[in-house]
Design a protein around this ligand. Structure first.
Ligand code: IMP
Length: 430
């Protein structure tokens, strides 16, 4: 049975939420395997808007099992807030249709405090994080001092681990001139939230194995995008997890063969939030117009997104490093009405042409895009549900992108509505 992983192929915000939701109608299980509540997915279903950060997008389809895997960093307070917000919209959420890996590391108040204090100390050189404590929580996981969901069942262990955690974090707070925390600052809120979150704790790897063997279809839902991957992205201006599909298995407790088709999501242009290099960024009126038409504001932080032309070199690189089989192209309609549209087809670095994005941060900042210019289209692509409904120039643009990125467009999304989607290849086909 083919399982599918959906990952971002740019800097996040590619419109994964809609595609995951669309695909989840065909899946039995939807799994988040990395990131945390830094992600922001907007789903529009029958005119109702749902904003999700930590919960898998499958949660709005109550008959599906939604899973938060061990590769996620889990903020129990954000989790309960989001569960309650979704319930208020009439969606049934309970431990029958939503489970969390018992070995998931927790994001604690200490992590968001450190995230913010460090960003402040960095001044102009800041990463522009979401301030949710994602990086510090992953640091604690790798340093083997994280408090995990399963630790909430054993108060003696918890007390010991909080002491060890604070010995480390208070030293950092002192160095940053930030207020220190006491064990009670961590323990009391944890003891309060524990009875609310523990019912959702589960042996996820085991349940997924049983579901896989029963032939259930699993959809792995990536957050952020390849260019924010801790290894393959624009380091250090990245998030702190592997966002590529290679992490779907490890981040959920399954083997590498668990993932079948890898669907990469990208916009017909490029956006980025936070700091860091962005070769095709447009700081002129065109960039402003793309931002306005595309409503490019962050779901989590409300920050204005930086906008630019489609970068085929970068997306091709994401396809290679992420093992992406096909692309879902979103927001093509935002380019409707432009006299011309450009696509980056190569870079110039120190006088030389290169066909990949270099790893060195200085080189990443220096590369200049080499563009190909396309004639624009005046007719709208919005809401199209077949190729025949698309203007000829728009089809030409999409076809050329396929050649440049060396991957087929499997899906074309033509509006935020679930049904405004043109399917070329079925990712779930066996
Ligand atoms: P962090 O994940 O909060 O540590 O932020 C690190 C970088 O990733 C910053 O540039 C954020 O803006 C970016 N980032 C994190 N999550 C998302 C997302 O869901 N969409 C887009 N950018 C994100």
């Amino acid at each position: 049975m083919a399982n599918v992983a959906v990952v971002g192929a740019q800097w996040g915000d590619e419109g994964k939420g809609k595609i995951v939701d669309w695909l989840s109608s065909r899946a039995d299980v939807v799994v988040r395997f990395q990131g945390g509540h830094n992600a922001g997915h907007t789903l529009v279903i029958n005119g109702v808007e749902y904003k999700l950060s930590l919960l898998p997008s499958g949660v709005v389809r109550q008959s599906k099992l939604s899973v938060i895997g061990n590769g996620v960093v889990f903020d129990p307070w954000a989790f309960i807030r989001e569960v309650n917000a979704i319930k208020e919209k009439g969606v049934t959420v309970n431990p029958e249709n939503l489970i969390v890996a018992e070995n998931v590391p927790l994001i604690l108040p200490v992590h968001s405090a450190l995230d913010k204090a460090r960003e402040e100390a960095k001044g102009a050189g800041k990463i522009g994080t979401t301030g949710r404590g994602i990086g510090p929580a992953y640091e604690d996981k790798v340093a083997r001092r994280a408090i995990r969901l399963c630790d909430l069942t054993d108060d003696a262990v918890l007390v010991e681990k909080v002491d060890a955690l604070l010995a480390h974090h208070n030293a950092l707070f002192r160095a940053l001139g930030a207020p220190e925390m006491t064990p009670a600052d961590i323990l009391e809120p944890l003891r309060e939230i524990a009875p609310q979150v523990l019912p959702y704790a589960a042996v996820v790897w085991k349940q997924l194995d049983e579901l896989r063997r029963a032939g259930k279809r699993i959809l792995f839902e990536g957050a952020q995008g390849t260019m924010l991957d801790i290894d393959h992205g624009t380091y250090p201006y990245v998030t702190s997890s592997n966002t590529v599909a290679g992490n779907a298995a490890a981040g959920s407790g399954m083997g590498p063969r668990a993932v079948g088709y890898v669907l990469g999501i990208c916009k017909a242009y490029t956006t980025r939030v936070g700091s860091g290099p962005f070769p095709t960024e447009l700081t002129d009126d065109i960039g402003e117009l793309i931002g306005q038409k595309g409503k490019e504001f962050g779901v989590v932080t409300g920050r204005k997104r930086r906008c630019g032309w489609f970068d085929a070199v970068m997306v091709r690189q994401a396809i290679k490093t992420g093992g992406i089989d096909g692309i879902a192209l979103t927001k093509l309609d935002v380019l409707d009405g432009f006299d011309e549209v450009k696509v980056c087809v190569g870079y110039r670095l120190d006088g030389q042409e290169i066909d990949y994005y270099p790893a060195n941060a200085g080189a990443q900042a220096r590369v200049e895009p080499i563009y190909e210019t396309f004639e624009g289209w005046k007719d709208t692509t919005r809401g199209a549900r077949s190729w025949a409904e698309l203007p000829a120039q728009a089809v030409k643009y999409v076809r050329h992108i396929e050649e440049l990125i060396q991957a087929p467009v499997a899906l074309l999304s033509t509006s935020p509505e679930r049904d405004d989607t043109i399917l070329m290849t079925d990712p779930f086909a066996d």
